[in-house]
Design a protein around this ligand. Structure first.
Ligand code: GLV
Length: 329
């Protein structure tokens, strides 16, 4: 029987599905260190990860490994050059999380714009003595301009929701989306600079790549309106967190909502000292239904990639399909 590692605690019924096909080594404890991950992968044919870094050293130490299935749409934890060199397949879980993640982007953006977390902390701290007309004044979403940086599937789902808020949608992306999608979303393609200057609410929904490192830094924050909000539901490292702290402190922008951080789960401690930022622990796709769909899709990918199940040899979400059928190197 082929052996797999499931590197994270996931739904037990998904583990049961995997056990129909494989001998399963399931980590139900803490996140595995690089050393422990490497050790446990040494005799495995496949793995199910969720953000665990997999690079050349891990692959070299796991000569039987044919596939690593990431339970996430983003796969910046995979060194894809190393996967390609070793003929190891990587898979991810796109689409099933689009709507939950877009919902959450709105939740964070609204919380930042309307100072929900900040005022709630103040209330919990027992500081509410009387109602005042100027307490926690925020910025409107209705009728404002939404700037979406990264117009992929999640960006589009997010933009689709803007209609009910009567918002003007502007976006920037590596490439322009199809005219019919622009028309459906009523979205206008603009330069990154225009987006930063014009948007009342900027939301980041782009993948993390080397090129996107610190896409939003001090220079970009300086271009934004002092009344604007910035929401990051994409990846840590896209925003320069130290520069963001400074911009929030000095009023370069009004507020921010962050679900992802540089070096998470260890965040820049200065973020905890600024009131005008809403912080959540990377939970944008975390609904019961969506996490279940992601876990099942990650299992489907693993089962199919290892030649089992109804889609044997045809995993639904290959990242590097060119290695399928090639001998491991
Ligand atoms: C979560 O961050 C994902 O990439 O799915």
């Amino acid at each position: 029987m082929q052996k797999i590692l499931v590197a994270r605690p996931i739904f037990p019924d998904v583990i049961e599905r995997l056990k129909q096909y494989f001998d399963v080594d399931w980590n139900q404890g803490e996140v595995l260190s690089a050393q422990e991950l490497t050790r446990r992968l040494a005799d495995k044919d496949g793995a199910l990860t969720a953000g665990d870094p997999v690079g050349p050293a891990v692959l070299a130490a796991a000569p039987r490994l044919r596939v690593v299935s990431n339970m996430a749409v983003g796969y910046n934890n995979f060194d894809m050059a190393a996967f390609n060199a070793a003929n190891v397949l990587g898979t991810n879980t796109p689409d099933v999380l689009n709507e939950s993640t877009a919902d959450f982007g709105w939740a964070l953006m609204m919380a930042a714009a309307r100072r929900i977390a900040e005022s709630e902390h103040w209330l919990r701290a027992g500081q509410w003595r009387k109602w005042t007309y100027d307490g926690f004044l925020g910025t409107d979403l209705y009728g404002s301009t939404l700037g979406v940086l990264g117009m992929g599937r999640i960006g589009q789902a997010l933009a689709r929701r803007a209609k009910g808020f009567n918002m003007q949608v502007i976006y920037h992306n590596r490439s322009r989306v199809a005219p019919e999608i622009e028309a459906e979303l009523n979205a206008q393609y603009v330069s990154k600079q225009d987006l930063l200057r014009r948007a009342d609410h900027v939301v980041l929904v782009l993948p993390y790549t080397k090129e996107n490192h610190h896409t939003i830094g001090a220079a970009e924050l300086a271009q934004m309106k002092p009344t604007a909000t910035l929401t990051n539901i994409a990846r840590g490292g896209i925003v320069d967190d130290a520069a963001l702290v400074e911009a929030l402190r000095t009023g370069k922008i009004a507020a921010a909502g962050l679900d992802v951080f540089e070096g998470e789960p260890n965040l820049n401690p200065a973020l905890l000292t600024v009131p005008n930022v809403v912080l959540t622990p990377h939970i944008a796709s975390a609904t019961e239904a969506t996490r279940r769909a992601m876990a099942n899709l990650a299992a489907d990918n693993l089962i199919a990639a290892l030649g089992k199940g109804p889609r044997a040899g045809r995993p639904p979400n290959p990242i590097n399909p060119e290695v399928i059928g090639k001998a491991r190197s």
